[in-house]
Design a protein around this ligand. Structure first.
Ligand code: FAD
Length: 339
């Protein structure tokens, strides 16, 4: 969507081919569970708010998105499987969206400029890039041609060979696609009658580089009386939750919380909502592991010839990856290099 927005600013014709029925990908939002927008995927801003203006790149638009940092006195806890150790969130730089989300930002500032050019339910199956041209085929047999194509699908889609490239990608590109580790991903939100948990509780993962697992106060900073707890699990930590029914996941989470917080979870539990990213048909997981080799990520982001480009979460310049602003900046960069 950012690539489309930038192309529109440059006056260049484009078409966005989207496999699913809606826009947003891993920025999905729920408006019914709580009295503020719940981010079922991307949640925190892992950058300074100035990045919004960088993405809009339009001096006449004033971005009004409220964000909030954590207080250094907020409690950060670590559960090692036996003991809950408490400290303060002193070094935390991530920002929460207040009564908003990454999805809301895109919906408001980017989507209006690209929505007419999105063709939904159009999974791309083949990309043919003869010298200086690009032809794209979708599952329904439609064909689209242009000077270039920018691939922005989650890496898992390439690992699963959902798209055929003609000519074949080079051995080294294919090797990088296959060896990069795309983490599993799962989120859930639970409502409770009372708040018995701190701002953030990290659950120890073994080995520690294989994933992340945490419970956090999702109501933090929101104008609400409701107590919503978030579960974030990526990599190996997500596996116990995948492909389970909501009831089974609720029991699993409640028993963990009861163990950590002295039986306070179950009596206070009201309801749950879950999001299994690994089983989203056109996503397949969370994002490239935090500890990926930056050189591999840079290779993934490299273009092939003069008409095949890559941008998005897994296809950056290798400096950073895995978050919305990096994905979007990569798309902006590709368009700026191209045209
Ligand atoms: C659980 C979780 C938590 C996260 N938390 C954060 C966070 O707090 N902060 C943050 O900044 N980031 C976070 N992220 C990462 C962030 O969501 C992603 O980096 C970002 O949304 C990726 O954007 P993208 O456009 O590259 O890919 P996506 O958003 O995945 O978009 C790719 C699109 O391609 C479509 N597609 C797939 N296959 C095809 C095909 N064959 N043809 C056509 N279309 C296709 C998909 O339907 C999708 O819409 C999180 C992600 C997850 C899963």
């Amino acid at each position: 969507m950012t690539a489309g927005y930038r192309l529109k600013q440059r006056g260049i014709n484009f078409q966005i081919l989207e496999a699913s029925t809606t826009f947003g990908g891993r920025m999905k939002r729920n408006l019914g569970f709580a009295d503020f927008p719940l981010p079922m995927g991307a949640e925190w801003l892992h950058a300074r708010p100035e990045v919004f203006d960088m993405l809009i790149a339009n001096s006449t638009t004033k971005v009004a998105v409220q964000t909030l940092g954590y207080d250094k006195n907020d409690v950060y806890a670590f559960w090692d499987g036996t003991v809950l150790k408490r400290a303060n969130l002193s070094g935390e730089t991530d920002l929460k969206f207040i009564n908003s989300s990454w999805f809301d930002f895109f919906e408001h500032y980017i989507v209006p400029f690209v929505i007419d050019e999105i063709k939904f339910q159009n999974p791309v199956t083949t990309i043919d890039t003869p010298q200086g041209r690009a032809t794209v085929q979708t599952q329904s047999g439609q064909e689209f041609s242009g000077d270039a194509v920018i691939v922005t699908v989650p890496l898992k889609m390439l690992q699963e060979r959902r798209i055929t490239f003609v000519p074949h990608l080079t051995q080294s590109k294919t090797h990088d696609i296959d060896t990069a580790i795309f983490w599993e991903g799962y989120k859930a939100f639970l409502e409770f009658d009372e708040q018995f948990y701190p701002a953030y509780t990290e659950i120890g993962v073994t080995p520690s580089a294989s994933g992340q697992h945490g419970f956090y106060d999702a109501s933090y900073g929101q104008n609400t009386q409701r107590h919503i707890l978030g579960l974030f699990a990526v990599g190996s930590a997500a596996r116990p939750y995948l492909r389970m029914s909501e009831d089974v996941v609720a029991q699993l989470i409640l028993s963990q919380l009861d163990e950590i917080f002295d039986g306070k979870a179950t009596p206070s539990f009201r309801k749950i909502i879950t999001q299994d990213w690994s089983n989203e048909p056109h996503i397949g997981g969370a994002y490239i592991q935090d500890h990926e080799d930056w050189k591999r990520v840079r290779q993934l982001g490299n273009s092939v010839g003069s008409s095949l480009y890559f941008a998005g979460e897994a296809y950056t310049d290798g400096e950073e990856w895995g978050s919305v602003h990096n994905a979007a900046l990569a798309a902006k960069r590709v368009v700026d290099q191209l045209w």
